[in-house]
Design a protein. Sequence first.
Length: 457
Amino acid sequence: MISGDPKAPALRRELRLRDLVFFDICAIVSLRWVAAAAHAGPGSFVLWIVAAIFFFLPSAVTVASLSRRFPEEGGMYVWTKRAFGDQHAFLCGWFYFISNVLYLPSLLLAGIGMTAYAFGALGQRLVEERGFAISITLAVLWAAFAANFFGMKVAKWISALGGSSTFIIGAVLGVLAIVGALHSGIATRFELLPKANLTTVNFWSQIAFAFVGLELAPIVSAEIRNPRRDLPRAALISGIISATLYIGVTAALLVLLRPEQISPMTGLAEAGVAGARKLGTPGISNLLAILIGAALVGQLDTWIAGNTRLPYAVGLDHYLPAAFSRVHPRWGTPYVSLLVQAVAATLFLLMAQLGESVRAAYQIMVDMTVIVTFIPFLYIFGAGFRFASRIAAVSGLAVTLIAIAFAALPPDETASTAMFEAKVVGGSALLAVLGWIVFKRYEATRSGDRVPFSANR
């Protein structure tokens, strides 16, 4: 059982340490952030290092400590409940669930754009076509949800495929960069100080956001064979690998192309195509397209799997309809939560496209996702301050607050500042109000004889 309720359905413990390492890597490493970092120029190396020291390391320390102390399904929901009570726990879970619903479409828009670009001229023409982007995005999104219906027994292998593909992409780009540098020289002059402008300030929040993900695995603690032992170990292993991949692949892109030649959406594929062209081996770009697609599917699968368990945990606590706590009798998955997430992600994707180009919609989704994602980190580091390392918590809280503020600043290419703020900041505020209303609604009607979701006391 995963709760204090003797009637709570049990989930199946399918994940070992190896599975968790791949799970964490897929949750953390999103190669689109590499393209964004390379587009910002070599000064992004300093931003990577600062984010790793002052956010990623404190996040790892905090998550590992809280996971060891409270190894129950729900992760941050349980931690926040222990530290600040039911209402804050609900809002933490609410914002994190919504942030991932926002994150999935933007992840798909970038991943499908990179995959299409790497396939050649036809893909490059289609990548900015709204109809193509939306139809393919929706098809992949619903296919990933369908695969997750069968539970962690299947999902863990998709994560392994995605993690392995990410390794291979890094290796291929590294080889292309080395051979390209020997053949044609280095495309970028490496000046490591970042430029002091509004674009760099806005981009800082995305660099910090790139290191989000370690908190996802504890949400599925009830499906890990030994969560108290394996969660901290997986965080350490995957953390080192993820930071190395981010910095190494960013360097490879800048060796192959100048920053202004690298698109924040399709830059990874552009660098691969450029490297393959220099070597006279166009087949490599097709290989990269397949690998990027596999990495995208693995990452999508991982976030869907983790995010589905949050409404399930809140449903067990009776702050959402009882249907959210239902588990499929055959596959052992919270299928109602999965379906709601699929519908919500679809709606957010379609709404973001209203009156926007694919690129502009992508930027709105990214900035709103950053704000909504970092709000739960205020709770995570707050719980860390109480139960784990106060030094790590203070560092993480400072970076989180800065990232939220920076993400609210519109980028240079925004057509309408007022419209941007209405969608990004106004949308985030609206989500907070809706979350508060939902909590109060179920707090008022919650049966007094139901046992709340909690750890063993």
